[in-house]
Ligand binder design. Structure first.
Ligand SMILES: [Zn+2]
Length: 215
């Protein structure tokens, strides 16, 4: 498949739909208890192509990574993070955590790595980006796309469209989020719903693209 000649959205959308159809077995993860479909959508893939020029073969690797972190999460009830080079599709980093020890995954990249990275990790409780995730995404220059795969099948994605970075600490972000949760207008919303509004507000300020799987 020649992905260099794709020049209009409709053509690309057709290609992406094909990739998704070819990979149906990759985007449905089965374990003994339940079958979960990973909901990374053609719309997310289209944005990845537009903003980052992500090649179709790298998109297929990204879908596989969604499957892998979900499989890991369901099997071990812990988090797994995978970082992939945007250009080559090569795996640059992988980390797993022990959820029982309240451990979280870290994206550790080689000090000499100068490329652009897309990274993905799972969230067992289907929450959107944590303040630590947002901080990592906002401060790591090599990181251009960060995705979350929830164990229910939901997926969230952040994409940098330009070089916008965050200043400030995780604590400051958490403080802003906690204050937001206390606001009257959010009192009937769940933590996940307020989390989505919080991430969207940051995305609006920074110019990042924030997408939810299935959109
Ligand atoms: Zn996270």
């Amino acid at each position: 498949m020649n992905d260099m000649d794709l020049c209009n959205d409709e053509l690309l959308q057709g290609e992406l739909n094909e990739i998704l159809e070819e990979n149906t077995d990759l985007i449905t993860v089965t374990n003994t208890a339940k079958t979960i479909s990973v909901t990374i959508s053609p719309k997310i893939l289209l944005q990845l192509y537009k903003a980052l020029k992500l090649k179709v073969n790298v998109m297929a690797l990204l879908i596989t990574a969604h499957e892998q972190v979900l499989k890991h999460g369901l099997e071990f009830n812990s988090e797994c993070a995978i970082g992939i080079d945007i250009k080559s599709g090569k795996e640059i980093t992988r980390d797993v955590s022990d959820l029982d020890k309240k451990d979280t995954v870290k994206l550790v990249i080689p000090s000499n790595y100068k490329g652009k990275l897309v990274a993905i990790h799972n969230h067992p409780y289907n929450s959107p980006f944590s303040t630590r995730d947002i901080h990592t995404f906002g401060t790591m220059r090599q990181l251009h796309c960060l995705s979350i795969q929830g164990h229910s099948g939901v997926a969230y994605t952040l994409i940098k469209t330009k070089n916008t970075y965050l200043k400030g600490s995780v604590d400051k972000l958490s403080e802003v989020f906690n204050n937001m949760r206390k606001e009257e207008i959010y009192k009937d919303k769940t933590t996940i719903e307020v989390g989505e509004i919080f991430v969207q507000a940051i995305a609006d300020k920074t110019g990042w693209i924030f997408l939810k799987g299935g959109d």
